[in-house]
Each structure stands twice: as C-alpha cells, then as structure tokens.
Design a protein around this ligand. Structure first.
Ligand code: FAD
Ligand code: MLT
Ligand code: ZN
Length: 472
C-alpha cells in the first residue's frame, strides 16, 4: 500500500519532491510552538495546481488523509499530521509565484505558497499596500493565511484575510480544480464558495491560488506609545481616536505590564520608553495619504485631548521610522518572549469592547482563585476586541506538568466567560486540533451541525485534514 502510493506519486512529481526519509520529513512534522509532533507517510512538494489535483485524486482513491501545509506557523496544530504515519502532507512552498498585478483593478493574483512578506514587498514596488501584517509574515504563506483567515495588526482599518480576498483557486477533496480566480468586488451568483473555503483550515479544499485586494501605499505614518491605567479608559481612548482620526487609525495594540516584563526578561534591549512600567502600554498608528505634518498635527491634537481627559498619563511619539519599528518590534516580541519562557496556555478570543472590562475583571478573579499563583500574560489587537489571554504557571512550576494537569479546566473556565460575554473562542488563530473540543462545546448545536453537514457534503470520505476544526 505504502510503496504503491509512493510509486503513484512518482508518476506526478520528481522524486526529490517526494520526501520519505525521516530526516527530510522532520521539519514538517512539528508545529511552531512545539506543541504537536506527528508522523507522515510522505511530504509532497507539488509545483502546480494540476500536480496538487493529481495527488489528491490518488489519495482519494486510496482513502489516504491529506494535511495541507503552508509556512507551518499556525498556533492550533492544524498543519501537523497525526501520529499514525499514514497521512500525506502537501506543502505548497514551491508554488510561490505572483501571477499578476492588475493595476487598474487594484488586485494581485498569487500562488498559495507566496510568503506574506514577499507579497507586501512586491505590492510596494508598484506603489501599493498589501495590508495583511503579522509577526510570522517572514514565513507564513498566503494559502495558510486564507485557510486560517488570519488577522494581525491592520484589521482595524483593512479587515482580516477574508476581507482582503476576492477570488480563489481550490482543489477539492475529489481532486477537481475550482477556478474562482476573479477579482470582482460584486458577485451575487448564489452561495459564496470563496467564503466557505476561507477559514476552513484545510478541511474543505486545498487553496492553490488567490486574488487579493491592494490599496494605495500611505505616504505618511506616525506611531506612538501611550500609557493607560485601565481597560475602560483604554477603550474610551480608542473611541476618541476612532472619532477624531476615523480611517487614518490603522493600529491600536495593547500590551500589559506583565507581557512587557516578559519581553524585558528575554530580550533586555526591548525597553519600554514610557516611564515607570504603566499597567497598559498602547501602540497607536495613524497612516495617511496627505503630508507628514497633517498626520502629526492630528496625532498631537488627539493626544492632548486624551491627556486633558485623564485617559493617558504618558506618551512617546516615534521621531523616525527606526523608532517606530522598535515600537512594533516590542509588540511582536511578546510572542517570542512567551515561547522562550515556556509553552503557556494560549487563548485567542474576541469580546465585544463593551464587555471587555467585565470579562477581564471576572475571569482574572475566577482563574486566580482556582489556580493560585498563576501568571496572566495579556496583550492583543484591542482595536478589534481581540485579546490574547495567556496563562503561565506560577513561578518555578514546570510548564509541562502544569499544562498536563490544568489545561482543560483553564480553557473551560476562560471559554465559559467568553460565552457569557457573547465573544468567540477563536478570534484569528483558528481551531485546528487545539480547539476541537472547545468548538464543539461553544459553537452552538445548530451551527455545529451545519458545519458537519458542509464537511460531509464537500469531503464525504473525510480525507482533508481529518479531526481538525470538526470531527465527523
Ligand atoms: P500553516 O500553519 O501551514 O497552516 C495553518 C492551517 O491552514 C492548517 O490547518 C493547514 O492545514 C491549513 N492550510 C495551510 N495552507 C493551506 C492551503 N494552501 N490550503 C488549505 N489549507 C491550508 N495569526 C494571526 O491571525 N494573527 C497574528 O497576529 C499572528 N501572529 C503570529 C506571530 C507569530 C510569531 C507566529 C509564529 C504566528 C502568528 N500567527 C498569527 C499564526 C499564524 O502565523 C497564522 O495562522 C498564519 O495564517 C498561518 O499561515 P501558515 O502558512 O503558516 O499556515
Ligand atoms: C500576536 O498578536 O502577536 C499573535 O497573534 C501571536 C500571539 O498570539 O502570540
Ligand atoms: Zn494576534
């Protein structure tokens, strides 16, 4: 069976693109956070949509499961195979060409294996902004971004990956190719297949190409760090910026004192330029197509108003691009500092902004009572109501042992508070295998059944990323 499958793959791919040697497969078998390690019969590296389709046909005939994979930077174990050693990984990295930039239509057509950062750079050479931006942009791929409907730091102004996508090319579970590579902003021809595949985490089809929106590149950008004392004044500050700066507001990120202390511990050069380690450090960015002076004046005026209203106690405006970059580096290094510290329990949640204060106050109290001494490391895309509510064991306690004993009750406590506040247990990272149980418990029965029906209709053999997102 094994040998037979490999022989069939050899009729499609050169043998150097069929990895069966253990050492060659290793880099594809463990996720970025090192939470999940699986085994695979082979890792396949196709170079075209027709090759992907042919591979899927072979797997469908054999009933062999396929794990689609991009940059393997996902946080939910979605791109990691199980431990059976019978699954096939299809990694899209060789499909990395920009197919077309349509200047009049302001769109870019891409292979799914294009690295996010390379798309931003390519767009910039033509005077365009491709606004999707996240800490993993140097290695994640647009196919993975679409499959997870990734968010990141520009969602407040430009939306998440779904909002940026106009068309898709997808290989179905039967090995058929759906060509939906249209760059249309209006298309009401029945069910939206594109939106079905976006965010489906490789469980409904393999994304091989996409048409994405482009925007004019802003000519001026101002970045500031401000200190706030609590969540309520931080949200009032956000609302002030939304009212005064409207669409010029492109970033509003929150970092707690604890999250920046972790940065300082692991990356001592990442010092917070604000005085006295405030409870909340907020990174705010304004971008515009008018002069630098215009945006700077607007930023200063809003900050003055915020000082007078007692919303902020300190502010530093980046004086040049390199200082602005260092502010963003500080924000993005929190994830890396957490990885250095140990495998904390991550919660990537959204809460309506009106309920965020109540969520944090109540959840902090409950969780501290049930797990004395635990550390809460919060940060996130506050402008979107997206909180990364992370839990680390008490100082000195082994991460592995703590997680083994407490992971389920910690998740359950946080998720039931999310439900109380009408939030979501996954804002931007997806479900994968990490939140399979959480989704079943908190999505709602009807919604869960509808999702099952969709999965059964599109992938009745359950060969595309089985037991990820949903089990049928
Ligand atoms: P992978 O990890 O390879 O795959 C993710 C899922 O998509 C899997 O289920 C996989 O099967 C499926 N998949 C991958 N490619 C395809 C395809 N072509 N067709 C169908 N299914 C496919 N995420 C955010 O949303 N916001 C952030 O701010 C953010 N910051 C991050 C910072 C760091 C430092 C890191 C390491 C990760 C961060 N992430 C963030 C998570 C991650 O980068 C995103 O989820 C990203 O979109 C995953 O892309 P990938 O190419 O690595 O996908
Ligand atoms: C972020 O916002 O930096 C990412 O989602 C990564 C994380 O949650 O650690
Ligand atoms: Zn995030």
């Amino acid at each position: 069976m094994k040998a037979n499958l490999i022989t069939q793959f050899e009729s499609i791919l050169l043998s150097k693109y069929i990895l069966t040697d253990e050492d060659d497969k290793t880099p594809y078998l463990t996720d970025w956070r090192k939470r999940y390690t699986g085994k695979a019969l082979a890792v396949l590296l196709p170079g075209s949509v027709t090759e992907v389709a042919a591979i899927v046909k072979i797997c469908a005939a054999a009933g062999t499961a396929i794990i689609p994979q991009g940059g393997h930077t996902g946080f939910c174990g979605g791109a990691t195979p199980d431990s059976s050693g019978e699954q096939i990984i299809i990694n899209l990295k060789r499909m990395n060409q920009v197919r077309e930039i349509d200047i009049a239509n302001q769109t870019i057509s891409l292979d799914a294996g294009c690295i996010l950062q390379s798309i931003q750079e390519k767009a910039a050479t033509q005077g365009f902004l491709f606004p999707l931006s996240l800490g993993a942009e140097g290695s994640c791929m647009i196919g993975g971004n679409l499959a997870t409907n990734a968010g990141g730091t520009n969602v407040l102004r430009y939306g998440n990956t779904r909002d940026l996508c106009l068309g898709l090319e997808v290989v179905t579970a039967q090995g058929e190719i759906w060509n939906g590579m249209k760059g249309l902003r209006k298309d009401n021809t029945g069910y939206d297949l594109r939106d079905l595949f976006v965010g489906s985490e490789g469980t409904l089809g393999i994304i091989t190409g996409a048409v994405m929106k482009l925007y004019p590149l802003p000519i001026s950008q101002w970045t500031t760090l401000v200190a706030t004392q609590d969540i309520t004044s931080t949200i009032t500050l956000l609302n002030l910026f939304q009212k005064r700066a409207t669409s010029l507001l492109t970033g509003f990120e929150m970092m707690t004192e604890e999250s920046l202390a972790l940065n300082q511990k692991h990356f001592p050069h990442m010092a917070n330029p604000l005085k006295g380690n405030p409870p909340y450090t907020i990174l705010i960015e304004l971008s515009d197509h008018e002069s630098e002076e215009h945006v700077k004046l607007l930023l200063e005026t809003i900050l003055e108003e915020a000082f007078e209203a007692g919303l902020i106690s300190d502010a530093v405006i980046a004086s040049n691009l390199s200082q602005a970059n260092s502010f963003w580096q500080m924000r993005e290094h929190i994830t890396l500092a957490q990885a250095e510290e140990g495998a904390n329990l991550k919660h990537d949640i959204t809460i309506p902004l009106s309920a965020l204060d109540s969520f944090i106050t109540e959840t902090d109290t409950l969780i501290r009572a049930q797990f004395p001494g635990i550390r809460i490391i919060n940060f996130g895309h506050l402008g979107d109501g997206n909180l990364h509510y992370n839990i680390a064991p008490p100082p000195g306690v082994d991460f592995k042992a703590f997680n083994l004993a407490n992971e389920k009750p910690v998740h359950e406590l946080v998720y039931s508070q999310v439900e109380r506040c009408k939030g979501s247990i996954s804002a931007e990272h997806g479900v994968g295998q990490l939140k399979l149980d959480g989704l079943r418990a908190h999505k709602g029965e009807v919604a869960h059944d509808l999702m099952k029906a969709i999965k059964k209709a599109l992938d009745p053999q359950n060969i595309l990323n089985p037991h990820k997102v949903i089990s049928i």
